[in-house]
Ligand binder design. Structure first.
Ligand code: SF4
Length: 369
């Protein structure tokens, strides 16, 4: 990782400030969210740091999650994931402008397609809480506009015209920032497309803002199509009575709840942290899905781990966790070929990693940690 240089700090902030503020101004109503002075006090961050950083990527904390950070202290995993830092404004040698080539694979606006049978729909730019490591952290500042009904109708037309697509995946941002009415409308429209057999939502709401999982929400999600909700617990400390109750409410409504986590430096990069995370989820009936190697977007350099560090940790996880509890450790490659198992990458003499896809394509990855 490059030594931080602050030379570009003001230029980056000025370039993105206008659109970032526009995005921040569209965040949900203040109820349930902490005022900024409380955020600064609990995280022990100077107000001027928060003010600079939020111009690049919004700073917002649900009261529930800030209380958790306060209970666990300013050096806890919860606090680290959301503490604004000036390093977010610094360019790093390892940054990649489009870290998983999402922007190059959009057949229609707001849709990412890397596989024939499923697509990601970027349903919103908003989140309840803005994780400082987020690989889509450039999206809210680059485009503050939300989808109109006309945008959604274009997406539904695209799905109708492409019957190989069986599974639309609502992602974002956090799709559960949409209203119950909007989600019910999206679900009912998807139900009219004969080729769609199931749908999926990626959301961190049960983790940050469990009060969002209301009976109104679960009613909006229930219908003809089976739903999987992939939540995003990164640490055992996030598994509280409130967040696990939110998971249980979803499960009681017939939703299959799974988890994907990101491997983060200083947050969950130890065997003990990973064991506690996945064992706790298993006890709650949450299926392990992915442990993601962190994507290298501008602003998240302090959270990155090296491929070798991740491989050593995952080997230890495989040796100690029940196979039913162990997620798949994957990296989403910058060349747009999708997720691959990190263990299958071959290290070369020049320090790069190669992966031969089953269809014969070759990917080369350069690590920067
Ligand atoms: S909730 Fe998801 S999309 Fe939103 S900031 Fe966190 S990781 Fe990114």
């Amino acid at each position: 990782m490059a030594n931080p240089s602050f030379s570009s700090l003001h230029a980056v902030a000025d370039r993105q400030a206008e659109s970032a503020d526009a995005a921040a101004s569209t965040t949900p109503a203040a109820e349930g969210f902490a005022p900024r002075p409380d955020i600064n006090r609990v995280l022990d961050v100077p107000a001027e740091v928060t003010d600079q950083v939020r111009r690049v990527f919004p700073v917002q904390w649900p009261r529930y999650y800030l209380d958790l950070a306060e209970q666990q202290g300013p050096d806890s995993a919860v606090a680290r994931m959301g503490r604004p830092r000036l390093t977010e404004l610094v360019q790093d040698q390892g940054d990649i402008a489009d870290p998983i080539a999402d922007r190059r694979q959009r057949p229609v606006p707001f849709v990412v397609q890397k596989h024939a049978d499923r697509v990601i729909i970027l349903a919103t730019k908003k989140c309840h809480f803005y994780c400082r490591f987020c690989f889509r952290r450039e999206e809210p500042v680059a485009r503050a506009m939300e989808l109109s009904r006309a945008d959604w109708r274009c997406i539904f037309d695209f799905l109708r015209a492409n019957p190989d697509i069986k599974e639309p995946i609502l992602s974002g941002g956090d799709p559960l920032t949409l209203t119950d009415e909007h989600l019910a409308w999206v679900r009912s429209e998807l139900e009219t497309i004969p080729s769609v057999t199931h749908w999926r939502i990626h959301s961190r709401a049960p983790v940050h803002y469990p009060a969002r999982v209301t009976t109104g929400l679960t009613a909006a999600l229930q219908g003809r199509l089976p739903l999987r909700l992939v939540c995003h617990f990164n640490h055992r400390d996030e598994q509280t009575p409130q967040s696990l109750a939110a998971v249980a409410r979803l499960q009681a409504a017939g939703v299959q709840v799974e988890n994907q986590a990101v491997l983060l430096q200083g947050v969950n990069d130890s065997l003990a942290a990973q064991q506690a995370l996945w064992q706790g989820l298993a006890a709650a009936g949450v299926k392990p899905r992915y442990l993601h190697h962190p994507d290298r977007v501008a602003g998240n350099a302090p959270f990155r781990v090296s491929i070798e560090q991740g491989r050593r940790l995952y080997t230890a996880m495989t040796q100690t966790l029940d196979p039913e509890q162990n997620p798949r450790y994957v990296i989403d490659l910058p060349d747009g070929t999708g997720k691959i198992p990190v263990a299958a990458m071959e290290r070369q003499a020049d320090g790069t990693y190669r992966y031969q896809h089953p269809d014969g394509r070759l990917s080369v990855y350069q690590d920067w940690c």
